[in-house]
Design a protein around this ligand. Sequence first.
Ligand SMILES: Cc1cc2nc3c(=O)[nH]c(=O)nc-3n(C[C@H](O)[C@H](O)[C@H](O)COP(=O)(O)OP(=O)(O)OC[C@H]3O[C@@H](n4cnc5c(N)ncnc54)[C@H](O)[C@@H]3O)c2cc1C
Length: 369
Amino acid sequence: MDSTLLPSSLESLLTEELPKEAAKIDEENSVPYDFWEKLREMGFFSACLPRELGGLGLGFSGLVELARLSGRSSMAVAAVGASHTAVALLVYRHGGELAVELLPRMATGELVAAVAITELGGGTDLASSIKAECRMEKDLCLVSGEKVFVTAATYAGIFLVLVRSKGEWRSILVPRSGNMTVEKLPLVVFRGAGTSRIMFDKVRVPRKNVLEGDGLKISLEAINTGRLAYAAAGLGAAEGLLRYAVLKADKRKLFGKRLLDMQGIRWKLAELYVKTRTVGSLLKATAKKADDEGYVDPEEAAVAKISASELASDTAVLARQLDGGRGFMEGSLPERMVRDSSALGVGEGATEALLDFLSRALERKTLSR
Ligand SMILES: Cc1cc2nc3c(=O)[nH]c(=O)nc-3n(C[C@H](O)[C@H](O)[C@H](O)COP(=O)(O)OP(=O)(O)OC[C@H]3O[C@@H](n4cnc5c(N)ncnc54)[C@H](O)[C@@H]3O)c2cc1C
């Protein structure tokens, strides 16, 4: 996956400047203001949004590129882009007039969006863990409850929140307000993504912000988009780490030859290269299908995230191994990526839960023939 759909200015921001900022973002657990402004100006928040509402119209394929190039050095930046874009594409599909109201501001990055679905009771088991609720009044609804692990929350001005209302699922777009408390969580992964716990205390939301339709299905659609983006971030991480590993193995001479000349190392690198190429093709096809259909197929998203998260973790561990003792120093790419890639197996759905889902799909398809 060498070519990119993104404008060249955004591409070079993500491939040339972000790698220089990424260690600082991780260390300070925040994206510096100046870099954030560059992201805004270069179209990071607008790339995938529809043209008629201020975006560049690159859709799901654009999101895969955005997350892949960000993920080469910063999973935090990739995750912020994933959350924002997942909400934007969802609002475009289900929001009606809300899309016209919100997307132009989301495209400029003036309004950043986050996804607030998980609660402490168990993100994997959404049906029994969601306690957040909304009480419908005449033109308003009052949202109460608590959400955890909300990526991009410290930057966001609007949140996609999954709640129950009189036993029904609702997905609501909740603008940030005084009745919300956003508390940054001390995560050791995706540092800089602003991941937070949010308390909603009878937050007043216009009734028109309740998305039409089954709220659970709508929120799951956002999760699937995020899943595809996390897979792309994992692919990007693997690409960045493979490059890092090859450069290190070229420079390091031991026993009179380059590490790169040792057969055991060459084959490990080649095996990861094969998987990187395979996952790259898979993601391209999945994004293309999503662009054609308007949403990400849940099965494709699960396959993509499982494959890419394992690939990213394996590549991070090899890159760190080739670095010897230096790979355990703070601030190096493999050190950060060993941490961050391990979170890809949990964020946007734990690998085990996705395997469970896929095993049921396999059983259904096989036994129905
Ligand atoms: C970096 C990161 C970013 C995130 N961003 C967001 C966000 O923006 N918005 C949001 O709402 N949430 C977000 N989350 C939350 C994420 O979606 C949940 O962490 C995830 O769904 C798992 O839920 P949980 O943490 O409650 O773990 P649990 O549901 O308690 O699961 C714990 C573990 O149980 C195992 N398990 C689960 N199901 C099965 C099964 N069927 N079979 C076997 N084993 C199983 C898995 O190992 C799993 O990790 C994020 C999480 C991370 C780590």
